[in-house]
Design a protein. Sequence first.
Length: 417
Amino acid sequence: MLDINFIRQYPEEVKSGLKRKGVDPKLVDKFLRLDEEWRAKTAALDQLKSEQNKVSAEIGKKKSAHGMSQAKLLKNRISEIKSEYDEIDAKRNEVLALLPNLPAPEVPTGEGEKDNKVVREVGEKPTFDFKPKDHLELGEALGILDFEAGAKVAGSGFYYLKNDGVLLELALVRYALDFLAEHGFSLWFTPDLAREKFYLGTGYSPRGPEAQTYEIKDSDLGLIATSEISLAGIHSDETLIETDLPRFYAGYSHCFRQEAGGYGKYSKGLYRVHQFTKVEMFAFTKPEDSPEVHRMLLEMEEKLWQGLGIPYRVVEMCTGDLGAQAARKFDLEAWMPGRGDYGEITSTSNTTDYQARRLNIKYRNGDGKSVFVHTLNGTAVATSRAIVAILENYQTKQGTIRVPKILRDYVGKLEIG
RNA sequence: GGUGGGGUGGCCGAGUGGUUGAAGGCGGCGGUCUUGAAAACCGCUAUAUCCGAUAAGGGUAUCGUGAGUUCGAAUCUCACCCCCACCGCCA
C-alpha cells in the first residue's frame, strides 16, 4: 500500500510511476477524488460525534426530556452519515489497493519481459558431444522423478521425487540453509498455511480470477505460494527495535501454486509445478538500508548458484515486469541445456515500505518516531528448478548425473545413475 | 475435541453503563536537592486520523478483532481470534 500523504502531496510523481509500470495513471485522480469525499465525510461524522459526546455527558449529569430527544436525533443522523462514510471508505480503500508500489528511479522503463535488462552473465555453459536431454527425460529414466504417479494421486502438475531425487532435494535445502546461517540469517521452518490477510499483505491475492493459491474450505487459510508470506507475517503489527535492524531470515517451506493455464514447452516437467520446496531469504531493514541489503541478497543468490556451478545470468526487471509490490527486482536465470535457453531460478525484490505499510511493521527511529520498515525478499533455492538446472547441466552421455562438487557430501555420492 | 479461566497503555495491575485515554505501581525522560552518585521529592511520559500554516490549538477513534443493544460501552449481548490450566486423543 502506498503512503496516502505522499499521494496527496506528490500526485504527479505517483502518476508517472504508475505510467512506467503500465498502470492507468487516472487511478490517482480517482483516488484523490474519493479521498476528498472521504475527508469531508470524516469531518461531518466527527462533528456529529463530538456533539453526541457533549449531549450524552449532559444527560449523564442530569437527565432531561429535551436532552434525550436531541440525543436520539443525533443518533439517527450519525447512522445515516456513517453508512455514507462506510461506502466511500470502502471505495477509497479499493482504489488504494490497486495502486502498485512505485518503481525505483534507476529501474529501466519497459512494458514486459522483452525489455528486461541482462546485467551480466556468469559461468561457462557446458558443451556436450551429444544431444543433451531435458530434465524430465533424464529424471524419469533415472527413477528419481515420477510425474505419472503425481498426476494419478494429486493431478497434473504434481510429482513424486524418489531415491536420489529425494537426496538431491534435501542436499540443496541443507546447502542453502548452511550457507545462509553462515551469513547471519536466522533459520525458520514456517507454516505452509497462512491466513488470508497475509496474502493480501504480500500481494498474492487469493481471491478473484487470477487466483494463484489454494484455499482451505470453510476457513480463511490458504496454502502459501512462498514463505515470503509467512516470513513477512512474523512481525506484522509490531514495532521493531532499531538496533535489531536489519534482520535477515531464511525460511524453508513448501510452496503451492495453481498456475492456471501455464502449460507449454517452457513449463514442462519440474519447471512449472503446483508444489515445490523453497528456501527463501527475507529482510527487514531501515529505509535507508534497503538498496544495500537488496544488493546483498542478490549477492547471496549469486554465490549460492556459483557454488552449484550453474551458469546463469542476472536480469534486472523493467518497470512493466516488477509486479505490484516491487520497487526493484532482479532475477537469476540459469542456463538450461534441455531447452537451450535460460530459465528463471531466483528472484529478489525490494518492496520498500509497500508491504510493511499493509502489514503494519515499524521501527522506532532515533527521534523516537515510529516509521515503516522496508522489506525485501529473495529466493535462495527453489528445489524444483534447481533440480532442472542440475540435471540438465550435469548430465553425461550415459544419462547419468554428476553431483555438483559442493553437494557431494550432502548427497553422499559422486554420481546419480 | 471437552471443561474451566483469561486477553486493559512499554511492563504489572485497578476498573461491571455516565468528564475513563483509562486509578495505582514499575520503567523511561526532565527538574529540585548533592562535590558527584544514590535516595527522596516535583513534573512529563500511547497510537492513528481529521481540521489548522509542516504552528498554536482543537475534534474523532482506539481497553484482543468485528458486529449489536443504549442518549452514552473497557464495562451488557453475539460471533470470531488468541493465551493459560486440566482432561481426552495423537505423529
